[in-house]
Design a protein. Structure first.
Length: 108
């Protein structure tokens, strides 16, 4: 068992009850393991802080507009998640037409 990985899993809280109990027993008597836990806590605490500033309200519309401009300048056809139609080929297998190259007949 890689104790550094287990220390990270301990800090993330993803160990089972039994694994956590055994780990905490070892943690109580192993200073090096406590150092590993402290290192993981310091590394992962960066994610907890996050970005406290909200993105600009118009950000999504600017991103969507840029994607639309890029798509219209390309020879590819962009199909959004809520666009197009899924065609049943057989049970459990469907396809959605995304693009056809008129020169080669290649489809995706």
């Amino acid at each position: 068992m890689d104790m550094d990985v287990t220390a990270g899993e301990y800090v993330l809280g993803i160990l089972s009850f039994d694994q956590r109990s055994r780990f905490e027993e070892r943690l109580a008597r192993d200073p090096a393991l406590r150092d590993q836990v402290a290192r993981w806590e310091a590394l992962l605490s960066r994610f907890e802080r996050g970005n406290e500033t909200a993105p600009p309200r118009d950000l999504w519309s600017r991103v969507a507009g840029a994607l639309d401009r890029e798509a219209s300048a390309s020879s590819f056809h962009t199909v959004r998640l809520d666009e197009g139609e899924w065609i049943l080929i057989q049970p459990g297998l469907e396809r959605k037409f995304l693009y056809c190259d008129p020169a080669t007949g290649t489809e995706s």
